[in-house]
Design a protein around this ligand. Sequence first.
Ligand SMILES: [Zn+2]
Length: 261
Amino acid sequence: MKPTKLTFVNGKPTLVSYDKVVRTENDKAYNYHRKVNDNEYMKFYHSTEWKHKRQEILERDYHLCQRCGMEAELVDHIIPSKDDWSDRLNSDNLQSLCRECHKVKTKREWMKHHKGMTRYMDINIVCGLPGSGKTTYVKQHMTEHDLIYDYDSLMCSLSGLNNHQTNHDIHDYIMLFFDQMLRKLKSEQTFNNVWIIRTLPDKKIDTLLSNYHHINHIVLITDPIVCEQRLREQKRQIEFQKVLNNFNGADFTGYRVVKNR
Ligand SMILES: [Zn+2]
């Protein structure tokens, strides 16, 4: 049998024969896109508007590279301007970088446009009832260079409470971080895997990331009696019946069911 490789065809991860060249197709699309936009693109980088903004950002960042702390030499769009043109003058999307860090970042962005050649990042959404063993599941399946977003552990570390109480003021901060994280993930291939641990599915995540990444949906099914017992043992104060009702009513279409103990 001929060996295969995983690559992107028309934006979808596909298994193709090992020697098939898919890269040129991606290149063509990318170059066409560039050509059409180049004119506006160059005009922007020569505009007074941009020069002023650039100076403002360097001063805001004290002329320090926001990645390594050395002297900054340029101002970078966190989400590349060609990916999100509307955000090109948004200070929140701009950062000062040194040339070396910019090179590393540009290489990552290049990889994003040539996914078939290198690797792509898997996004894994792991849902399940509280106490169903989500954190353990992720720990068992993660690799060495992964990002794990776990609402519960963020709540613990930000609130200083370790009995899994929910502080509603902190909840807002955790969600804010979640939104920012999704925004950043949208344009990067930094990790082998991203794990998003949550109780219920959230269509927003799929909408935001579907064009960019391969998303795996996993739902852990654990006997509710076992979950509740675990929560009691861990002294986690959760309105379990309410969560269970929401869980039973949620739409898990497209999710892979993993039976857990
Ligand atoms: Zn740097």
